[in-house]
Design a protein around this ligand. Structure first.
Ligand code: SF4
Ligand code: SF4
Length: 339
């Protein structure tokens, strides 16, 4: 029997999520990118290199994830990858929608990129393309095949919402067929387009999945996927009142960098100008107060403060006013290793 393990937060490794541009060829319905808050330009290679250097001194293991927008739209992504390798980043991942621009798979090799991580939001063309755009399912599948055939490690990200949770089970045979190494289930957060008025009027109604539905569906299907030989992780989301709550902003080392120089420690804060760090003249310095780091210090019975501020409909209270459960940090994951 495969059991989920909570992946504990650690300060012994740093995770750098680097959005090198916000431009994208797709227009996914629930895209979390917010160009007004994140900037609209493409970072030149020299800036990418200088900003990466800001993290090079840490003696801890450093994991780097290149993101966008669509990071393969950046013509100098291969050079950025090679520079990061030289700077000592222990693992390098490229998150892609599968379009793999600029022949990226021809320009880097599996020794340079640890993983290409693809995104699908449906197990069928109909559901995925309704969310991510016409044609995106077939292109993503073709991109995965190509990456696998060239010897790259691949993973797949599936963001669960009310629009696609009913298709999660169908991912089990599809993942097997594709030959991806890992599967990441995410939960939709109300950020970017999913927080917009447009999303409020989506045919599915409220996008976030109700607690009972999540608990009845996601851990069960994650187990099935692990039993089929693929390591899977998914957000913990709900904590019992007696389970320990920890805010990654206080106890882990994550950095979410955007082209306008903002650096957040918490993804739920990214729609607001409350980043705790900023690149100013290429130096990484603390941002003006009040900022997200002030929120991280608040202890509330509901768990995550940002969740209570931006997604309060997730919460439920007993008659005496105490919360029925706590909301975990959005970065807290359960992992089931393949058998
Ligand atoms: S979610 Fe990703 S692939 Fe979709 S529009 Fe946004 S950046 Fe592009
Ligand atoms: S999601 Fe909540 S708990 Fe996690 S870092 Fe952000 S504020 Fe802290």
């Amino acid at each position: 029997m495969t059991l989920p393990q909570t992946v504990a937060f650690s300060r012994n490794s740093a995770n750098v999520f680097f959005h090198i541009l916000t431009q994208c060829n797709l227009k996914c319905r629930y895209c979390y990118i917010n160009p007004q808050q994140h900037g609209q330009h493409t970072l030149p290679l020299s800036t990418i290199q200088t900003w990466l250097e800001a993290f090079s001194e840490s003696s801890h293991k450093k994991n780097l994830i290149f993101l966008g927008g669509e990071p393969t739209l950046h013509p100098e992504l291969p050079a950025a990858i090679r520079f990061a390798r030289k700077m000592g980043f222990g693992s390098i991942t490229v998150d892609t929608n599968g379009y793999l621009f600029h022949d990226i798979l021809e320009k880097v090799n599996p020794g340079e990129v640890d993983t290409f991580s693809f995104s699908l939001d449906g197990a069928t063309r109909t559901t995925n393309d309704r969310i991510r755009g016409k044609g995106s399912f077939d292109i993503c599948i073709a991109g995965i095949h190509e990456a696998v055939s060239k010897g790259f490690n691949t993973s797949l990200i599936y963001t669960v919402s009310s629009a696609n949770i009913n298709e999660l089970e169908k991912m089990v045979p599809l993942l097997k067929k594709l030959g991806v190494g890992r599967f990441f289930i995410q939960i939709i957060g109300l950020r970017g387009r999913s927080a917009s008025k447009e999303a409020d009027t989506a045919p599915e109604g409220i996008l976030q999945v109700e607690r009972r539905k999540w608990l009845d569906t996601v851990p069960r299907i994650a187990r099935m996927i692990a039993e089929s030989g693929i390591t899977v992780s998914y957000p913990k989301v709900f904590l019992n009142p007696d389970e320990k709550f920890e805010c990654a902003g206080r106890v882990a080392d994550n950095y979410f960098i955007f082209p306008n120089g903002r650096v957040y420690r918490c993804p739920l804060c990214e729609d607001f100008p409350i980043h705790s760090l900023v690149f100013k003249e290429d130096q990484l310095v603390p941002a003006a107060k009040l900022n997200e780091s002030d929120f991280f210090q608040l202890n509330i019975p509901e768990g995550c403060v940002m969740n209570k501020l931006i997604q309060p409909h997730n919460l439920s209270y007993r008659e005496d006013g105490r919360p029925e459960y706590k909301i975990a940090c959005c970065l807290l994951k359960e992992e089931i290793r393949s058998e």
